[in-house]
Design a protein around this ligand. Sequence first.
Ligand code: CTP
Ligand code: MG
Length: 219
Amino acid sequence: MSRAFVILAAGKGTRLGGEPKQFRLLGGRSVWHWSLETARRLRREKLVDRIVLVLPPQMTPALPNGAIVVVGGASRALSVLSALRACDEDEVLLHDAARPFASVPLCRRLIAASTGKNAVAPLLPEANALKKIEDGRIEPLDRDGVYITQTPQLFPRAALRELLENAAPRAEFKDEAELWLQRGGTLDWVAGESVNFKVTEGGDWEMAQKIAGEGEIRT
Ligand code: CTP
Ligand code: MG
């Protein structure tokens, strides 16, 4: 079973503002580079055969050692599709470059849960009390059974590509696991990790800087 690790780094980072967040420096290297290190470790363990980096169109990067670079699209779906078209591995791990702290053990769990036909995502139980605000009205939201979805998410490459070729660019989904479920696919899950949060807004960036300065990378 061959496997590609895809780092999605073609977003604009509008919510955080400034230079797209994946290119900011975090603990001495770019945010996306943290994911490259994780992918390289997996490759050393022979769990990953190919690393694919998806970048914005205007960027002409030096080819990072051992990774292929593809140009992303205006939507996440198009960015993922570029990556899926560029590789021919049986499986893909799709990862947000904006999550610098995905651990190698998490990736091993995802890979171990793959049957070759299912998708696998890291889920984390929601710990906070939830409220929904609609038309200025605030209502309680039941937290029971609610999970946060993280990346990397594992998919059979050809099957996901087919879904995306038909769905993108009009597709309405937050992540590929959502599309997969909408189309009747089997999704299995492993325990996510709170440190694997997505850098989205200013507070996340501060937390990421603290972790990068004081934490250790788990191997
Ligand atoms: N992404 C991508 N191509 C896109 C949109 C997003 O590769 N067209 C990537 C981002 O670079 C990021 C990941 O998908 O690593 C998760 O997306 P998100 O956190 O929404 O990042 P942005 O879209 O860049 O941020 P924002 O939504 O605030 O503009
Ligand atoms: Mg976005």
